[in-house]
Each structure stands twice: as C-alpha cells, then as structure tokens.
Design a protein around this ligand. Structure first.
Ligand code: 9WN
Length: 443
C-alpha cells in the first residue's frame, strides 16, 4: 500500500518523523536546513519551515521568520544565509570570511551572505497566520509587515535591472535551484577555471556524494560571481554594465508576485490598504507573461539579460507561475499541459515523483541535485498552483507522491526521480515541514 492511500498508523508515523526532524534541527531561534550540509539559517528554507511549524509549533514559526528578518539589510534585502556565530568556523563553505559583508554599508552587524533567495516569506507569514489567527499571531504579523514590504521594495526597485518590472537574480544561488540546467547558458559566459577550487576546501562533498552535487567548475563560477558583487560592495547600481550573471527567473518572479498577493491579505487583516499590493501583483504577473512566457513552448523560461534571450532548458522553474492566482487562463492551461507532459509526468496517480528537470532531455541527470532529482519544495509549489487553479485531482497526485517519498526514504533533501531513493542530506528541514503541511490537508 502506498502512503498516499495509507491508514492512520502510517500517517501518524510520518507526522512523528517530520516533527522529530524539525525538533532535531532547531537551533535557539531558527531551524537549520541540515545539521551536516547547511548548519546555518537559510532564507527560503526558513519560510518553508515556518509553514510546517505553524501546524505543530506556531510560536516557533514566528521566531523562525523573525530571526531571519532581524538580519535584513538596511536596503531591505533579506540575506540568503544568516551565519550562526556559534557554529564551528569551516562548517560551511563559503563562510563569512569569503562573503565579507562588512564591505557593504547596508549590511547588519551579524554575518550574512550578500545574496537573496526567492521571496516566499510573505506567503509563509500569511499561511502561518491563517493557521492560527490568535491575537499574538496578529501582533507578530503586524511587526513583520513593514519588513516584508521593505523586502519587496528592494527587489522591485533595486533589482529591476532589465527595466521591465521584474527582479533580476545576480547569482544562481538566488534562484534556490543552484545548478539547474536553466543556468548552463548564462553560467558558461562567466570566466572561471575549476582549478581555482584547489585553493579552497569544499565542505559539501565531505557530507554528500560529489556526483550528486554541483561540479568544481560550477563552484569556481559561483565564487567568481560572488566576488564580482562583493568587490562592488554588494551594490546594485550599475549591475547591467558590469555584472557577469543577470537573469530574470520565472520562479523568483512568481514568488515576487505571490508575495504581493499575500501582502494584500495581510494588509487587510492589519487595517492597512491592500490596494497598492493588488496593483503591484497585477503588474508583476503582466510583466512575467510579457517577458518570460515563451509562446513557442507555452511555458515560462528565464531571460538572460546579458544576451536578451530566453533560456531554452525546460525546468521545473517554468511551472512556478502557476501559483499566481491572476495568471491568465491561456497560460494556466499551457502550464498544466506542460506539467502533465512526459517531461514532468504530473497525473492524479503519479508513478514517479515530479523531477526538477525535463526527464526526456538528453542531459537529464537523475542523481545530480537540481538537474533531475525530485524536491519537495517544488512539488509543494506546483501543487499550490494546481489547487489555486482548481485542478484538485492533479494536486492530490502530487500530495500522494510527497507522502510516498518520505514514507519510503525518510525526510531526505531530494529524491531519485525514478526510484524515489533518498539523496543529499537526511533529516532535511523543508522536507519535514512541507510534509506536515500536506498531512494537515486531506486533498
Ligand atoms: C547554497 C539550504 C540551501 C537551499 C538551496 C539549495 C542549497 C546552498 C548550497 O541549500 O544551496 O545556497 O550550499 O548548496 O540549493 O535551495 O536553500 O537548504
């Protein structure tokens, strides 16, 4: 019997496992994604983790979001990593000594990275509040609201490098899907040599199989892009003329639009004006369709601002705009077709989990990180989109698939897209959290 159709005993076991994973990863005011691979606080991880904590530890869900936003920069950016000063030096590479955020006037006192990640936090805050709309939760929401607004302002004003109403990412790490084939073309233009990595010690390959992780050449380029940004004080003015990686990503911008929708609801609860958020949400959706929709494929593709071209690789990033409630019906229908195609295989009865990349592509890699394996956060987001656009059967297929994966392999970071075997880190935070979230629903 699969866990998707399992009895109460299996569901209770899954709930216990997920809760134990989150408790085991709790670290005074935040949850580490993984004790081994990622022993600090990560931005979009914390948002997903808060969504799950809301079901079991609501007070901790707010602490998770608050600790992240305490590290928000003066310019509004929410850093993608907040380093825990109590964690052993060298426990993660690249650590604070590489980022050197003290070069930036806007950086906070605590050590962070200088990059951002998809802004899924307003959605998380909304979902946490919806789960437990107590007076304490309303107060927590009220304190977070101006910070969420500042985060949006940073992204929509300083990061609109292309001038078309979308935010550009300046590093593949900002997409959250670090080595996705979507970044192969823009990354190929970044000058770097794999040999550079001889001067550093990668920490990830000590804990995960190197064949399941980005390559040394990827890392050499990651470091070169950080250095280019850092050496200009992490400033965003003039990026167009000098920065080696500038892309408009469909997932990142779908999250940006979703955040405005969530902020409109939050504003209404707080007695603020939801109108400007609704207007901004509409503008972002319009810009996404105008700039990133590829009429030839019906899906959304990243736009490489350095070449002006859409990236052709069909990855799960392209399905993310489905989560936008105001996406026009034509695009919704086309995305559902794409999701249900042999490339992604979404059905009401999934034989295999949702892959991160087109499984019919010749360079599909079932073991390597974001180049094929299945991830629960992307499955959750696509499911969220299917529910938003009233496709309950397909959404139920993804929910069952999430339950099956964890029932068989545990709370792994990612999963083999054919066998469902657990890959990457065990005891991974957002896998546990998002499992708790879908366990709380029965669709
Ligand atoms: C770099 C923490 C993070 C996730 C990302 C995932 C991975 C980091 C890494 O881990 O990225 O930010 O060291 O590989 O790609 O989505 O937020 O879980």
């Amino acid at each position: 019997m699969s866990a998707g159709t399992a009895g109460a005993g299996t569901l209770t076991r899954l709930r216990r496992l997920a809760l134990a994973t989150l408790d085991g990863n709790w670290e005074h005011d935040h949850t580490v994604p993984s004790r081994t691979l990622y022993p600090h606080q990560w931005s979009w991880d914390s948002a997903f983790i808060a969504i799950g904590l809301a079901h079991v530890r609501p007070e901790r869900a707010w602490r998770e979001l608050n600790s992240l936003f305490r590290a928000q920069w003066a310019d509004g950016r929410v850093p993608h990593i907040v380093f825990n000063p109590a964690t052993r030096v060298g426990a993660y590479f690249p650590g604070p000594e590489f980022w050197r955020t003290e070069v930036a006037a806007a950086a906070p006192a605590v050590a962070t990275s200088g990059l951002v990640q998809p802004p899924v936090h307003a959605l998380a805050a909304w979902l946490v509040h919806r789960r437990d709309p107590s007076p304490a939760a309303r107060a927590a929401l009220g304190r977070l609201y101006p910070r969420l607004v500042a985060q949006q302002r940073y992204l929509t004003e300083r990061r609109d490098v292309g001038g078309g109403g979308l935010a550009a990412i300046v590093h593949p790490w900002e997409s959250g899907l670090d080595n996705s084939p979507a970044w192969d073309a823009p990354m190929a233009a970044v000058p770097a040599e794999a040999a550079v990595m001889r001067a550093y010690r990668r920490h990830d390959t000590a804990h995960a199989d190197a064949a399941h992780r980005p390559t040394d050449l990827d890392y050499a380029r990651y470091l070169a892009i950080v250095a280019a940004y850092r050496d200009h004080g992490y400033r965003d003015d003039g990026l167009a003329g000098r920065h080696p990686f500038l892309v408009e990503c469909p997932l990142f911008n779908a999250a940006l639009g979703l955040a405005e929708h969530a902020l409109a609801r939050i504003a209404a609860v707080l007695g603020a004006d939801p109108g400007p958020h609704r207007e901004r949400a509409a503008r972002i959706t319009e810009a996404l369709v105008w700039r990133l929709h590829d009429p030839a494929t019906g899906t959304f593709q990243p736009l490489d601002l350095r070449t002006g071209r859409l990236v052709p690789a069909r990855t799960v990033l392209g399905l993310a705009p489905l989560a936008l409630p105001d996406l026009p019906v034509r695009q919704v229908d086309a995305l559902v077709v794409e999701a249900c195609s042999a490339r992604f295989g979404v059905t009401g009865r999934m034989a295999r989990p949702l892959p991160s990349y087109d499984r019919t592509a010749p360079d599909f890699e079932p073991l390597r990180y974001w180049r094929g394996p299945s991830w629960l956060n992307m499955t959750w987001l696509v499911r969220h989109g299917l529910l938003t656009h009233d496709r309950p059967e397909l959404a139920a297929g993804l929910r069952r698939s999430m339950l099956d994966l964890v029932a068989r392999a545990g709370c792994h970071e990612y999963f083999h897209p054919d066998t469902g075997a657990g890959l990457g880190s065990p005891a991974f935070g957002w896998t546990a959290a998002l499992l708790l979230d879908v366990l709380a629903e029965d669709r």
